[in-house]
Design a protein around this ligand. Structure first.
Ligand SMILES: Nc1ncnc2c1ncn2[C@@H]1O[C@H](COP(=O)(O)OP(=O)(O)OP(=O)(O)O)[C@@H](O)[C@H]1O
Length: 258
């Protein structure tokens, strides 16, 4: 169980995340939704401890991870993998090596520094790529791949960490519809096949309704919705997204205004 207790993050006078309390059970696929600036990225980054909360606690399996440092923090990060909008691959390295980076938490540092990856780690990395139908790309430079392919490489890298949680921060924001589907399918497969908890920030309501088992809606840093996709009516969505509602619901602006 992942628990957030009164999680708050301020940047100067701005409260980006405001007193969020949530409990997320193992195996959930949670869509974090809300308009631009609602606090979605700040929330996910705090869970991974890329940003520290101003107030509140993050509890994982009963253990407070809010103030972990050093080796304990590295261990936590190995259990909760991040996937970023801009993939964060090393473009000059080949695809297989990029995925092997996800194994770093499972191998001695000297092996990685010398590039002496064990055959078992190579096999795990290749198998993750094959799982997303991109095994043939293993020897290619990551920078030569399309955005959708790069994001699937990033998801394979996250998977080989063998995490309990994957935090995906707007993973499809820069992808076309076909690649969006491939990447969301990959996240769903990870969730369903391995039982990995997925928290995914999404701008599109349509996608979050289609793929997630639970939606968490933020507005101005506050939790304003928490429930199954069916419970998120268009009226709630309108209150969540305001003037952006037409775009995210996919309705005609005139209908939303009515
Ligand atoms: N490092 C920072 N310094 C100052 N303000 C910040 C910082 N990071 C985020 N903010 C502010 O906090 C608020 C929440 O930002 P955040 O990026 O979490 O929102 P978001 O919902 O992820 O939006 P988007 O979808 O546009 O990424 C915004 O007003 C943003 O400007």
């Amino acid at each position: 169980m992942l628990e957030l207790e009164g999680l708050t993050r301020r940047f100067g006078a701005k409260t980006a995340v405001d007193n969020i309390t949530l409990a997320i059970a193992p195996g959930e696929m949670v869509g974090v939704i809300g308009r631009s600036g609602a606090g979605k990225s700040t929330l996910l980054r705090m869970i991974n401890r890329l940003g520290d909360p101003t107030e509140g606690r993050i509890i994982w399996r009963g253990r407070d991870i809010t103030a972990l440092r050093g080796q304990a923090l590295r261990q936590w990060r190995s259990q909760c993998a991040m996937v970023f909008q801009q993939f964060n691959l090393s473009p000059r390295l080949d695809v297989l090596t990029n995925v092997l980076v996800g194994r770093l938490c499972h191998v001695p540092a000297w092996r990685a520094v010398l590039g002496l990856w064990r055959e078992t780690d190579r096999a795990i990395a290749l198998s993750a790529l094959e799982q997303f139908d991109i095994g043939a790309l293993a020897p290619q430079r990551a920078g030569s791949l399309s955005g959708g392919q790069q994001q699937r490489v990033a998801i394979a890298r996250a998977l080989v960490q063998e995490p309990a949680i994957i935090l995906a921060d707007e993973p499809v924001a820069s992808l076309d519809p076909r690649n969006t589907t491939l990447v969301m399918d990959a996240l769903q497969e990870i969730n369903r096949r391995f039982g990995i908890t997925v928290l995914v920030n999404l701008h599109s309501l349509d996608l979050s309704r289609r793929y997630c088992t639970r939606l968490v809606g933020l507005a101005a840093g506050r939790l304003v919705f928490d429930g199954p996709p069916e419970a998120l009516t268009d009226a709630v969505a309108r209150s969540l997204y305001g003037l952006e509602a037409a775009e995210v619901i996919g309705a005609e602006p005139a209908l939303v205004a009515a």
